[in-house]
Design a protein. Structure first.
Length: 142
């Protein structure tokens, strides 16, 4: 993987009025290919700096975002504004099927950098679980 971009990921989760924010900054790759955009990076845990989670964010030309994370927990989320998708989450404890409904998706990425933002609701079974916001900022790593 080329580490040609500085990538800052901010995730906010809101559950029953409680908000939690997670922020991570790393280096990774950004490319535009075949009318698609790709962001690839690795994240490392503060508690275990050896173990990594590989992430790939793919943005289709029609604005659909697919976020794939591979590690101890493996997920593939599909974010499409105004639509609900069924997604899988694989954990040590077992597999889960979750619903993802994207309230909005904003793509302001270019080869110079920019950002990607989305807000989405997660449901499990028949009930609402939480509201998530993700912002991915990228800029060239000179």
């Amino acid at each position: 993987m080329k580490e040609n971009y500085l990538i800052n990921v901010i995730i906010t989760q809101e559950t029953q009025g409680e908000k939690e924010m997670i922020e991570s900054t790393t280096v990774g790759e950004y490319e535009q290919k075949d009318n698609k955009k790709f962001i690839r990076y690795k994240e490392y845990s503060n508690s275990d700096p050896v173990t990594s989670i590989e992430s790939e964010v793919k943005i289709d030309q029609d604005g659909v975002i697919k976020i794939k994370r591979i590690g101890e927990i493996t997920t593939e989320l599909i974010l499409e504004e105004g639509k609900r998708h069924i997604c899988e989450c694989h954990t040590i404890a077992g597999n889960m099927i979750i619903g993802i409904f994207a309230n909005y998706v904003t793509d302001k990425l270019s080869s110079d950098g920019g950002y990607l933002k989305a807000e989405y609701e997660v449901d499990f079974g028949s009930g609402f679980v939480n509201l998530n916001k993700i912002t991915i900022n990228i800029k060239k790593n000179n």
